[in-house]
Structure formats: structure tokens, C-alpha cells
Design a protein. Sequence first.
Length: 436
Amino acid sequence: MPRILIMNAGTPQMSGAHLTKAQLSLAASSAFRSAWFAQEGDLIVSPVVIPADLLSFIGATLDFDASSLRLLVPTSRQPTILDDCALLSETVVTRIKRHIRQQSTWRLYPCYFTEGVAHLAAKLSIPKIGNDFALQRGPDLLNRKSHFRQLGTSVALPLPHGCVATDPNGLLKAVTSLKSETGRVIVKLDNGAGGVGNVILTSSKSDPLPGARDTRWISWRSLDPGALYSEITTASCKTLVVESYHLARSLFYLEYAIQDDASIAFINSGNIRLHKSTDRSERALIWTGLELPSDLENEQWLTAQEHAYRFVALARDLGYRGLINIDAIFAKDGRLLFNEANGRWGGGSVLHNIAIRLLGPDYSSRNVILSVRNVRSPSFQAAHDRFFKEGLLFDRTRKTGVIPLAADEQAGTVECVVIAADRAAAHDQQHQLLRS
């Protein structure tokens, strides 16, 4: 059954109404990597044009005819995002209807199940379980940090101590009550994405810490709550979440799919990998990529699964259908703490999709999948040619190698996937990619 892939990552519902330049850039590059979800006959609705050579390479790698794909790119005032207004424009709906008349049965496959996606399903007469929930903006419950604390508490999810603040006075009270637990506090924008809206405050000198755009050494008495509140909040979001910050021994995520029949399927889990910038003035860690499967010990894994499943079951009972990702840590003191959830495609969704199609459903018992960002290359084709010349390109017979995912030609980098037989081989391959 062909699908309509809706690449609506980075929309205001996900990241706030006033998107930063970094968020807009992330939304554009997300469309390129999300093209790897494509299957034969799909219609891709994307905020940006996906290069023909990338689509051709995807088809060749995943063994389907890429010429069967159709790409629809709406005209928009913000060309790097696909918001509900663009998705429901008369031109876009008409073009989709014209295309899907060729076959009677289609499925919608959105990154984020927005109110607009639900309206589109109705306009196209495509039945979609979860439409009523989406029409009331229900999935937003699963993409707000304050709601995550509220919902998580209701199912006894282990969370860092914290609270919700909606004004400078509430922010000051929260920081004052939480600062003594670890000497570190994290302040999060309710609908920020990718750590963009987060700031870590620490009473001792510290290198950049995971989970925030800035790690600040401060004297608690010098804290100006009004200035910090104004800095982090936006015109569309005045809610902050304040939590005690715990140093992590393991950073990982768990991904599930809530099926139309209300069953819950575990999809994958992976390590979240970060490294320190060579620029000493940089106050944030650089996201290196993900590593599947996670390297949790058996007991840790079972404990995390038991807790996460309760949260996913709650999301299911509320009416949500689709992919859901939950981020967590094992702190250095051994405690399991959950940080946030997102009801949408996650960072590992594309990697899992590629691994399943190339290696089979049990790939995690035999292989390690590593995403590697910021590999220097002037273009996608240049990266492909380099990997072919150096014998790094993925080999179907060996079932190992490197796959270039998507290029950011403005930055001169390519994101890649490494498929290896074990963690040591995967890390060696990563070093080889990054050394030039």
C-alpha cells in the first residue's frame, strides 16, 4: 500500500512559533534524511526539494525503483518547514488528490500528527486512527516538557526533581529549591527542540554538559530571574520546566510504535552520543549521532523498559497512534531518570528503518548501527565517490560499510550511517570518516 510521507519536522507545533535559524536549518536537513523512509510508489510531501541523485541512491541502496516516487514541494513563506497552513493549501490538496486517484488505497505517514494532518486525512478520505485525538491537538501533550512531567508523574515514571514555572518569580523559587540537590539546575523551554531552549546553571566551574545550548557557572545570589526568563521564553511560549541536573553515566532513548489496533511494539533503543567542541568558547556539546542498539546492561535495560512501557500505554489510552520516543539517563549514582518524550519520528527512526530493510528485523543481535554527523565533504556525490574509492561504501554481501545519508552543502558536511559487526569496528569506522 503506497504512502503519503509528510515531512513536517520542525514546525511551530514541534519547536515554537518563532523558529531560530538553527531550527529552520535542522528542519531542512531533516527532510533529506527522512527521504530514507521512502518505499516504492510513495508520494513525498516535503518542505524542500530533495535532490534526484539522493532519491536515486536511496532506491539503489534499499532495492526499489526510485523513479516510482513522486515529490510534492509546496510554496511557502518559510520554505524550510511544512506547517499546517502550507499542507492544507488548496494547491497542495489538489495536487495530492490528483496523484492519489491513480490508486484507491493510500496511507498517511507524517513525522508529526498535527491537527492539519488530521484535516488532510479527512479531505483525502483516508481513514486514520487517532484523527479525533489529533484534531484536538492531542499529540502536543507528548511534545511539551511540562506535560511530560505531568503525565510521567501520573504513571510513577522516575523523574528528576523539578517543577513548572510561568513567570520570573516562579523561576527563582524553583531554582532556589532545587540548586542544593546536585549544585546544578537545568532550565528548559517547554516546546524547545534539540536542547535549543535549555540552559544549565552550575555553582562550580564545568565543561559543557549534555542537554543544553549553554552551561553557565554562576553565583546563585547573582541570578537575575527576570533576565533569564526573558532570554529563554518566546512570544509563543512562556512556560519553563526547571529540574535538578544529574551527571549521566549513560544517555539513551527508547522508541515504540503505538499501532492502529492499540498494540504497542518496541522499535529500537540507542545511545545518544555527544562530544566536546574544539572551540573552547563553545558552551554546548556537539551532537555526534546515535548508536543502535544501546549498550545498557540487562538489568538496566529491563528496568528502563518496564517504566517506559507504562508511559507509552498512557499515551495509547489517551488516543495517540504512531511513533513515540522517550529520552532517559542512568545517572552516575546509578539512578534511572527520564527526561522527555516526543510523539513523532525520532533520531533513531531513520536508522532503524534502514537497518531493518538491509539487515532484517533481528539486526540488533548481529550488528551495530552508528550515525556520524559532520563528515567533511563538499557534496553528497563527493562523499559517495570518496567512500567508494576507499572501500568504505556499504556492501550487501558483507552487510557492513558506510552509507551517506544526507548532505548539508552550505556547511560542507555529510551525515552518514555506519553498519558494523560490533562496537569496536563501528567506532574505528567513525574515526576514519572524521579524520579528513
